[in-house]
Ligand binder design. Structure first.
Ligand SMILES: *Cc1c(COP(=O)(O)O)cnc(C)c1O
Length: 376
């Protein structure tokens, strides 16, 4: 269930509180006028929840990727490897740093194929961005092993799997840096918003300054006299977003539990008849989507029709496939990257993504499961 399905008086109360306290909407400065720091509190809450030393809230997931790349020192002509089943934001962030996106294909996990990653590493490779798509972890042990061997930093794009774990650790804490998104379609949302996680003090310091015009937030001076060493940009989160995100995070465990009940019900029904997306060993998924494979075109279309009619829809696969598969990004990628993505397109073209909704019951999932298996 995306967080937007569960916005209620908890979020309303939290935002109302800001206005009752004087309506300071910016996360920075105005110290003597405010009673609370909503974004700062949200960051502390995330540090505890996800067990990360550094959590920085920013304006979006896309901004977070860009800031992370800048922190690592990505510059013109560097190569950054990411994956073919993805959202275009990752490629945009790489291009915005004037770097070159290099696209690894996916395997049956529908995430980065570590074998293909290995093929793509060159002397110019300066970062690897595995993307945990639709709630399922990448094969992080294999990816980290390769990254370590070549001493390349890993940025986990965990925009689509906030709350998922791999071998006991939260996604976003397994690489050099991790990225979350809280845009309106994600598992928890503040409308727009993102987060950078890192345990490395130096990287965290850079991100904190870069996202706020270079402000060091030096406690010895008022903000207007603040010290600076680098220039940056404005990628700040607002207090309203911070207050909403805080309330949403409190709901995350319940959301995952509700998802899991429904997804497992559906999975039990369809599993004997369909190949299902492979999940790496040691994964704890957020179970917001079940992906099945149906290579037969006609049967696939029938299943999609059933899902549309009953208002389940099919999320990114095939709905919105063009924004999530690099085979369609000739406006942003070099030709050879588009061509090599065809392998992934072929895999994704046999996929159907079934979303798990809050407004659908376990019974609804039993019913839709039974309808789907008719087209095995
Ligand atoms: C949503 C998303 C992003 C971008 O996040 P925004 O907050 O919308 O900017 C990046 N990568 C992936 C995989 C996403 O799903």
């Amino acid at each position: 269930m995306p967080g937007f399905e569960w916005i209620d008086d908890k979020e309303l109360k939290a935002t109302t509180k800001i206005f009752k306290e004087g309506g300071i909407l910016m996360a920075h400065g105005f110290d003597n006028l405010r009673k609370n720091y909503y974004v700062r509190n949200f960051e502390k809450q995330c540090k505890r929840f996800f067990n990360s030393n550094g959590c920085l809230a920013v304006s979006s997931g896309t901004a977070a990727i860009k800031i992370a790349l800048k922190a690592i020192g990505i510059k013109k002509g560097d190569e950054v490897i990411t994956q073919s089943f993805n959202f275009i934001a990752t490629v945009e962030a790489i291009l915005d740093c004037e770097a070159i996106p290099v696209i690894a294909n996916v395997n049956a996990t529908l995430n980065m194929d570590p074998k293909d990653l290995k093929n793509l590493i060159t002397k110019k490779t300066k970062a690897i961005i595995p993307v945990h798509m639709l709630g399922v972890p990448c094969e992080m042990d294999q990816i980290n092993l390769i990254a370590k061997k070549y001493k390349i930093p890993v940025i986990e794009d965990n925009c689509e799997a906030v709350g998922a774990k791999y071998k006991g650790k939260f996604l976003g804490t397994l690489g050099t840096m991790g990225i979350f998104s809280f845009d309106h379609g994600k598992i928890i949302t503040s409308g727009e918003g993102g987060m950078i996680l890192t345990n490395q003090k130096k990287l965290f310091k850079f991100c904190k300054e870069y996202h706020d015009h270079g402000h060091e937030n030096n406690k010895r001076f008022p903000r207007g006299k603040d010290t600076k060493k680098i220039y940056g940009f404005n990628y700040r989160m607002t207090e309203i977003q911070g207050a909403i995100a805080s309330e949403q995070l409190k709901k995350l465990n319940t959301i995952i539990k509700d998802n899991s009940l429904k997804l497992n019900t559906l999975k039990k029904i369809v599993e004997p008849y369909f190949e299902i997306r492979h999940v790496p060993q040691g994964s704890k998924c957020i179970n917001d989507t079940l992906i099945i494979f149906q290579k037969n075109k006609l049967k696939k279309l029938k299943i999609i029709e059933v899902l549309k009619k009953s208002k389940f829809g099919t999320k990114n696969l095939p709905d919105a496939m063009e924004w999530h598969c690099s085979f369609f990004w000739s406006h942003a990628l070099k030709k050879n990257q588009v061509i090599r993505s065809k392998k992934t397109f072929r895999i994704l073209n046999s996929c159907i993504a079934i979303p798990i909704w809050r407004n659908k019951t376990i019974d609804d999932y039993k019913k839709i499961g039974k309808q789907i298996v008719k087209y095995k």
